[in-house]
Ligand binder design. Sequence first.
Ligand code: GDP
Length: 319
Amino acid sequence: MTAPKIYELAGKRIFVAGHRGMVGSAIVRHLEAVGHAVLSAPRAALDLRRQERVEQWFDAHRPDVVVLAAGKVGGIGANTSQPVEFLLDNLLIEANVIGAAHKFGAEKLLFLGSSCIYPKFAAQPIQESALLSGPLEPTNQWYAIAKIAGLKLAEAFRVEHGCDFISVMPTNLYGPGDNFEPASAHVLPALLRRAHEAAEAGVEKLVVWGSGAPQREMMYVDDLADACVFLLERYSGASFLNVGSGEEFTIADLARKAAAVAGFTGDIAFDTTKPDGTPRKRLDTSALAALGWRPRTPFDEGLARTYAWFRANRATLRA
Ligand code: GDP
């Protein structure tokens, strides 16, 4: 049974912060597809790290609904090399946007966490209650600490001021609009690009970071967008909710799938001098399922669409 609507988005002023990113752009696409107009602010005009600018923007535009999909994100390589940006930029953005949402009277806010902020060795599948129950994975602790602070800030506004601020915890995401830059990309776009370029250049070997053994649950970003819109209208609670696909693969499997879709037929090798990161982080999504939401896009279909997007946009991507 599907949870009833408790909040109507129709006619509301909806601000998606981070509309250029993979997640923000998918949420904008989804909102527009179901007939909602969306407010956004170009990065050049509004630096979300600057409180005064954010407050001026909120004062001028007065959104009723705020989706906070902006943030400094990246794969294991970027997290390791830019700890300050991953911690500080995310803290500033969250503090400014969540604070302004309250100050300028937003009725609803949705904050996005990430499954990598759970403890490194959380019991699988990971329940919401596992947050802060053990040590973090060191490679992404900076991002994790910032995101945990964001979740808690949204919760604190609910506790102290009765704000209808909710949070979701997505599993590993992929899809159109993903970051394909080799040094900072997440695993799937990184492997898709390497496999494509190796096939094109006739290179014999595709090198994969780490042992290939870690497992990752992969979710198509449009499914997350669908879940976010569903929850804006049908959920109000202090606990954040996990959003996952239930489709889990080893890194070695992902490499094989990326190779197949990109037409790479050579050998796959593992560079064990590179870190593995968290061994596994499959989410327990029973709380979300109880509200009546289900993912729709099978991995192979999402992978084909993502690869098609990569090919169509390759000329515009940075090396
Ligand atoms: P995580 O899920 O937060 O750990 O981040 P990633 O999406 O970056 O995935 C990291 C996992 O994929 C680790 O086990 C890496 O060793 C593995 N991996 C294999 N090749 C690559 C690659 O080219 N880039 C990235 N980012 N990770 C890779």
